[in-house]
Design a protein around this ligand. Structure first.
Ligand SMILES: [Zn+2]
Ligand SMILES: [Zn+2]
Length: 382
């Protein structure tokens, strides 16, 4: 046994790999120029990897480009997926809000846990996914008019939300190649974990891209033809202002009670649910939407929220949002006043999407845990 690994772990296959065979990590390079002795290589400044990732998410392209919405015009703008003036500033303190973010520097220590981080509202929820003309014309009904829950407003926010998600997935497709070398200097077992994690992320991402593109073209058609009934929404208005703002879409596998809604087989295109919030002086709105189809998973969840007591509905929406949407922001005053159990629950929910490394199990929504949130004034369909 010469040079055998004896510090635990089952990475024998890595250490015994032939120098000229394709590397175990799947890069396509020979082992000798890839992961051979990687644990002895100098760890790159982790900020380089983070910078590279940020750059990938700063790609400029208009997701409304071509065909249905007419030609692009003007520069690609830093578009807010949650309106800054009306919504983010309503919960900000000194121009800042709180968001759970990935911290790659901390990844080795805590398995990629998300960290509650202060962000300026100028940068919060932005993406470079629209040209100036499309950003101005497509979202005028939510940027220049107060939100009242009209169908055209629900459709516009769903379209913008999905554009951001699709844009994010397209950017994330580059993540694996960007981060492939970010395990230099790490213990072989950590290299394996990191490369496995990147591979799983890539597979998930490719499947999600396909589904989002399908729904995106459906909503593009609805928005460009004014066919607002392609999307159905449940709008909840609250008795006072909400301390959080979020906008996101995801493909739910289970309902609020953990019952399966859809499985995502090889050829099954998953349906999405959309949730977004709006601030108005003295009140707040949550819009829950789904593409109109029989048995739509989004409608099942909306009906369940509707059947909850009126003082729990905001709580259910918030916990669902934190669990599934990283584009979610909190009022610093509210967040800093959370009790330990409340904070622990939000931490768990936020970490839910990061379980690709196999660590934390899916985090249930806990409606028995009371948060300081407004009760419902009214619910209507849109
Ligand atoms: Zn390799
Ligand atoms: Zn454009």
């Amino acid at each position: 046994m010469v040079g055998s690994a004896h510090s635990g772990g089952n990475f024998d296959t890595m250490t015994k790999q032939g120098r000229n065979t394709p590397c175990w990590c799947g890069s396509g390079k020979k082992f000798k120029v890839c992961h051979l002795n990687r644990e002895q290589q100098v760890l790159e400044n982790p900020w380089h990897a983070i910078e590279a990732t940020r750059k990938a998410f700063k790609r400029k392209l208009c997701t409304a480009h071509g065909g249905l919405f007419g030609d692009c015009d003007g520069q690609i703008v830093k578009a807010h997926s949650i309106s800054k003036g009306a919504n983010l500033s309503a919960i900000a303190k000194n121009g800042h809000v709180i968001q759970y973010q990935t911290n790659i520097k901390e990844m080795n220590k805590n398995g990629g846990k998300l960290v509650a981080t202060k962000v300026g509202i100028g940068d919060a929820s932005t993406f470079n996914g629209f040209c100036a003309a499309h950003d101005r014309t497509l979202f005028s009904c939510i940027e220049n008019e107060a939100f009242t829950g009209r169908p055209d407003q629900c459709l516009a926010i769903a379209y913008r939300t999905l554009s951001r998600e699709a844009y994010g997935k397209d950017s994330a497709a580059q993540m694996r190649s960007i981060l492939r070398d970010a395990d230099k200097g790490l213990h072989p077992l950590q290299q394996r974990l990191m490369q496995d994690w990147l591979a799983v992320m890539e597979t998930h991402n490719a499947a999600a891209q396909k589904e989002l593109r399908h729904t995106h073209s459906l909503l593009s058609l609805a928005l460009s033809t004014g066919n607002t009934s392609a999307l159905r929404s449940m709008v909840i208005q609250f008795r006072s202002e909400l301390p959080f703002m979020l906008a996101g879409a995801w493909s739910p596998f289970t309902d609020l009670k953990g019952v399966h809604l859809q499985y995502g087989g090889l050829d099954e295109l998953l349906e999405q649910i959309f949730i977004s919030t709006f601030a108005r002086p003295g009140t707040g709105y949550i819009c829950v939407s789904w593409v109109d189809k029989p048995g739509a998973p989004g409608k099942v969840i909306a009906d369940q929220i509707r059947s909850l007591p009126t003082d729990v509905q905001a709580n259910a929406c918030m916990q669902l949002g934190v669990k599934h949407i990283e584009n979610a922001f909190f009022s610093p005053n509210w967040f800093e006043a959370l009790t330990n159990p409340q904070r622990a629950q939000l931490d768990r929910l936020a970490a839910n999407g990061m379980d690709a490394m196999g660590s934390p199990p899916a985090s249930p929504i806990r409606l028995d845990l009371i948060f300081e949130l407004p009760s419902t004034l009214q619910i209507f369909d849109s």
